[in-house]
Design a protein around this ligand. Structure first.
Ligand code: TXA
Ligand code: MG
Length: 350
């Protein structure tokens, strides 16, 4: 199949919407990352999403709709969830809600809940309206790779496996939506994102964050969100995170960089704008501002993909405090590094 790269004209959106309603796969921009969409009520179409991504069938998909009204046939929405939706939807938030029978099991891996998201991206919204179907869409990357934040990323991973990709430019948030489980007594963030727990407290009395957000699952532990089981977001090169006091971090990274370079490896440092001067003379990439974690979120996946394109063998990254949007950044960065974290302060005192 030749994959069409579409500019988002009304005519092209109609073409893509028809393909969706027809059971085909379409890459679509959202405010978080690009999605690989298919008609959520068409089992065969949904199966082809899993095939195209190489995604395990037990990892459920998010269903995208243009409005709360369009979500009603798919799930039960109580008063508390309605409040959350009224405040944050459309936007980068996904709610787990009790599912109605119309949703085929293939969408949500047979779980009692279904994930619902109302994106705010105008192109996604128009596409959803025109297609007239609820759209199941995971991130449009090959399973395990960093999520795509440009149409080009989608093309690089999936060309030939989908009908078309609508090009909406760079995604604004850059990390996937916050996944909030509303089926529990205390609403629980299973995947942190642009909507932070603090923000959610504006309309909820209590919010919990799943404690697996910043650590690997233990052997035998059941994943609350099956997506957390898998190695994720990883670049091809070996990424390690380095934490500690700023000058200890610089010192350790400089030493490890030299060791790797001596072994003939291509090395790259991922550092905050504020710290770039500490890595003069090294191959260093700015990952945004420490003072503005949303800038790190915005460019993280693109930076990891770029490292792959440059053939980087070894990467060392600075870390930021897991607070606010920083929690979402550290959730993805930790997984991208396979939880390899070096403590520069310990090293300095050794
Ligand atoms: O921002 C986003 O959420 C993007 C855009 C395209 O909307 N989509 C996205 O989908 O990130 P995906 O499939 O890459 O991630 C969905 C996550 C997975 O970790 C999955 O396990 C979890 O949501 N999930 C979906 N339905 C679930 C359910 N019923 N119960 C628990 N976890 C669920
Ligand atoms: Mg994904």
């Amino acid at each position: 199949m030749e994959t069409l790269l579409l500019t988002p004209t009304e005519e092209n959106l109609l073409l893509a919407a028809r393909a969706l309603a027809d059971g085909q796969l379409v890459g679509m921009p959202t405010e978080t990352v690009y999605g690989l969409g298919a008609d959520a009520l068409n089992e065969a179409a949904v199966r082809s999403i899993f095939a195209a991504k190489g995604r395990p069938a037990d990892n459920p998909l998010i269903v995208h709709v243009p409005s709360v009204e369009a979500a009603e046939p798919l799930c039960y929405i109580d008063e508390r969830s309605r409040r959350v939706m009224a405040h944050f939807c459309p936007g980068p938030l996904t709610l787990l809600l009790p599912k109605k029978p119309i949703v085929p099991d293939v969408v949500n891996a047979g779980l009692p809940s279904v994930a619902i998201r109302i994106p705010s991206h105008p192109i996604a919204r128009r596409l959803l309206e025109l297609s007239g179907v609820p759209v199941a869409a995971p991130s449009a990357n090959t399973s395990g790779k960093p999520s795509p934040t440009t149409a080009r990323h989608v093309y690089d991973d999936l060309a030939g496996k989908l009908h078309s990709i609508v090009d909406g430019g760079e995604c604004q948030v850059g990390l996937e939506s916050t996944v909030l489980d509303m089926t529990r007594e205390v609403p629980t963030v299973l995947r942190p994102g642009g909507i932070t727990p603090d923000m959610l407290l504006a309309v909820l009395d209590e919010v919990q964050v799943a404690d697996s957000v910043l650590r690997p699952l233990q052997k035998g532990e059941k994943a609350l969100s099956p997506g957390m089981l898998y190695k994720h977001y990883a670049p091809k090169g070996m990424l390690s995170l380095v934490k500690g006091e700023r000058f200890n971090v610089e010192k350790l990274i400089r030493r490890l960089y030299a060791e790797s370079a001596d072994m003939g490896k291509t090395v790259q440092v991922l550092a905050f704008e504020e710290h770039l001067s500490g890595y003069e003379g090294l191959n260093v990439k700015c990952i945004g501002s420490l003072a503005a974690p949303e800038t790190v979120a915005h460019s993280l996946f693109a930076t990891l993909r770029q490292a792959d394109a440059e053939g980087i063998d070894v990467l060392y990254s600075e870390v930021l405090p897991p607070e606010g949007v920083g929690l979402a950044v550290m959730n993805r960065l930790s997984r991208a590094a396979g939880f390899r974290t070096l403590d520069a302060d310990e090293e300095a005192n050794a």
